[in-house]
Design a protein around this ligand. Structure first.
Ligand code: PEP
Ligand code: MG
Length: 591
């Protein structure tokens, strides 16, 4: 009976960090539930120090063993640095010296280590840099390993995993994750974890579906409990009913079939059957996503959302910090471009050092470029960093939420000032740096021809454009039914922008979520978009549809849908046409 305390179809929701469906029985990884702590006598100190040093040696041996195993697996080789980080932590004076000091103050090794880890964790948590802060998980992983050795608990649980296990753990260290056998582990869930944790990055590399950040899942699940995890949506279902099981089995088969098929598209050119090229780029929020984006076939970055550098901190990032991030991406994707969008916050998003009053209508308030043009010093620091990075790669700059010509002219004037300051300081930058704007306001659509004369490229931000055109808050669930990308008003707006851009010799891209939807590909083709930029994971699917269509198919479909009266009619028409044109791709299993 014990196992059925959790009700049938119990849903947990976390952060889906690695897509795919995993179905199996839970294997709850052993954790040390209790760390033995006691005071020691003077006479025991040396013995305890030796016991701690031996644990350090044993941990080093174990880590080097994992490293050797990993080195023989090409898909994991790029992650060896994580193990090197762990080895470095083992040798770090801060860890070893402080622990020995505490042992000499008559704490047993476990207790001394526990106290040291606690102090170091506080140090890490106060680091401003989000990436470095997340590295506290590496420290925890090393700490756990040492505590297990001190307690005489081996790592054997990972080797004992049975077939089709869904691993559940409070936290899974990157070293643990690397040891997961893809043939046996069909997914994992953890209480802890964020999108940038090494564990999440590794899960994606390994292709193991994963849901992290479930907070207290390990307190609920039990060994051998049947479960389903959906790493795409972040949903975990415990004790699934037969009906749920069947539904997810279908999803799993569809996902796996598609993945296999899709991997063959990654290195193929993004062009239609009649040889029309559409450049596919990635949207990035964090620098470390570059390799994954390239693996999915992204040709450069069409939108780098710089605001993520400014969040969760008390001070805005310095010029140096921004320069480091921008140049890392620029160098990583060269010779392809990285499109760096200037700060797009305000409204409901907080920026330190900028005293924003509470606004009645934040979506229409002091946000994006409006904020940058008010806080010119903050803006200039960002422009300097972007310009400096432009000397090291192919950098383009993009301004968000432009609503009129005056705004872009002001941006260009400030950019010119920053350029001449850099020239005076003999700091290099790319003098040909391309300038673009996001098209996300109805006014920008209406004056697209005027704006086109001011810039090198447009990028349509449909997420906001739909919200502003249809007057539908993009985050409000009560009006979500009105948020329709295929609404005739949106199609008309998109056509106006593409036509105005092309009439003026300006390239036009789309970087809103609409670009990532395979069903919309014929529409985007018909509109004549030059580039599409999206979450890299969506890229192979979009490319596959693109390669199976002709531009003329898109043009014919666009002509038809422009005659329809509602978004629903357009969606139904598209669905029917795509099932007819590409039955293999738009059948029941395809997403
Ligand atoms: C958009 O509005 O479509 C866009 C890409 O920008 P964001 O989603 O960051 O507002
Ligand atoms: Mg936007």
């Amino acid at each position: 009976m014990g196992k059925t305390e959790v009700q049938q179809d119990t849903y947990l929701v976390g952060l889906g960090v690695s897509p795919g469906v995993g179905i199996g029985r839970i294997c709850l990884l052993n954790r040390l539930s209790h760390i033995a702590e006691w005071q020691i006598d003077e006479s025991e100190i040396e013995g305890e120090v030796l016991r701690f040093r031996k644990a350090l040696v044993d941990a080093g041996v174990a880590l080097r063993g994992v490293k050797q195993k990993v080195a023989s697996q090409p898909h994991l080789r790029e992650h060896i640095y994580i193990l090197d980080t762990h080895l470095l932590i083992l040798e770090d004076e801060l860890l070893t010296g402080r622990t020995e000091e505490l042992i000499r103050q008559k704490n047993n090794a476990e207790s001394a280590l526990g106290q040291t880890l606690k102090q170091l964790r506080t140090m890490f948590e106060n680091i401003e840099d989000e990436y470095l802060r997340e590295r506290s998980s590496d420290l925890d992983a090393v700490g756990q390993r040492l505590q297990r050795i001190l307690a005489g608990v081996t790592d054997s649980t990972l080797d004992e995993i049975k077939e089709t296990a869904l691993v559940a753990a409070h936290d899974l260290s990157p070293a643990d994750t690397m040891q997961l056998d893809r043939d046996k582990v069909v997914g994992f869930i953890t209480d802890r974890g964020g999108k940038t944790s090494h564990t999440a990055i590794l899960a994606r590399s390994l292709g193991i579906p994963a849901v992290v950040g479930l907070e207290s899942a390990t307190a609920i699940v039990q060994n051998e409990m049947p479960a389903i995890i959906d790493g795409t949506t972040g949903v975990v279902i415990l004790n699934p009913s037969e009906e749920t099981f069947r539904e997810y089995l279908k999803r799993k088969l569809a996902f796996e079939y598609l993945e296999k098929e899709l991997s063959s598209y990654r290195d193929l050119p993004a062009e239609t059957r009649d040889k029309v090229k559409v450049t596919l780029r990635a949207n990035l929020e964090i620098v470390s996503e570059v390799p994954a984006a390239q693996k999915d076939g992204a040709v450069g970055v069409g939108l780098y959302r710089t605001e993520f550098l400014y969040m969760n901190r008390t001070q805005p990032p310095s010029e140096e910090e921004q320069f480091a991030a921008y140049s890392e991406i620029a160098q990583g994707v060269a010779p392809h471009p990285v499109t760096i969008r200037t700060l797009d916050v305000g409204g409901d998003k907080f920026v330190p050092d900028v005293s924003l009053e509470q606004e009645d209508n934040p979506a229409m308030g002091l946000r994006a470029i409006r904020l940058s043009l008010r806080e010119v010093d903050l803006f200039k620091v960002q422009l300097r960093a972007i310009l400096r990075a432009s000397a090291l790669g192919n950098v383009r700059i993009m301004f968000p939420m432009i609503s009129g010509v005056a705004e872009i002219r002001t941006c260009k004037r400030i950019l010119r000032t920053v350029k001449s300051e850099l020239t005076q300081e003999k700091i290099p930058f790319d003098p040909q740096l391309q300038i673009g704007i996001m098209i996300e306001t109805p006014s920008a659509v209406m004056i697209a021809s005027l704006l086109a004369k001011e810039v090198d490229f447009f990028s349509i931000g449909t997420n906001d454009l739909i919200q502003y055109c249809l007057a539908v808050d993009r985050g409000n669930e009560h009006v979500a039914y009105l948020y329709e990308p295929l609404h005739p008003a949106i199609l008309t707006a998109l056509k106006m922008v593409c036509d105005a851009a092309h009439a003026n010799g300006v390239a036009v891209s789309m970087c809103g979520e609409m670009a990532a939807e395979p069903l919309y590909v014929p529409v985007l083709l018909g509109l004549g978009l030059d580039e599409l930029s999206m979450n890299h994971a969506c890229l192979p699917r979009v490319k596959r549809v693109l390669r199976n269509l002709k531009q003329t198919d898109g043009e014919a479909i666009l002509l038809e849908i422009m005659q329809l009266s509602t978004g629903k009619e357009v969606a139904a028409y598209l669905d029917r046409e795509m099932r007819k044109l590409l039955p293999d791709l738009f059948g029941d299993f395809v997403i």
